[in-house]
Design a protein around this ligand. Sequence first.
Ligand SMILES: [Zn+2]
Length: 104
Amino acid sequence: MPSMFETVALLFICFLIGVIFYGYSLIMRRLPSREELRSERCSICRQTLPKDELVERPIGDHKVLFFCSHCIAGLVRDEQKRPAHGKSDVDRLFSDAAEKHRTN
Ligand SMILES: [Zn+2]
C-alpha cells in the first residue's frame, strides 16, 4: 500500500511528464514567422540574415548555400593574400574595376 507521500510524488511526476510533452508539442507545432521564412543562415559565419542580403549558390541538385557580404569580403581578402599562381579572377576583377575608374 503506497504512502500518501508516494502517491503525491507519483502524481507530480505524471503531471511533469504531461507538461513536458505539451510544451514540446507546442514548440513543434509553431509555424515559422514571416521573418524566419524570408531569412537564411550564412553558410560560413552561421549568422541569420534577410535573404536579400545574402548571395545564393546552388550546390549540386538539392543544396543551396548562402553567403553574407562580410564573409565574401573575407574570402576576397584571403584569395588576394594567397601566393599567386598566375593572375586570379579576383585580381582580374579588381584590375578591371581600377581600369574603369582611371578611364572615367
Ligand atoms: Zn557570413
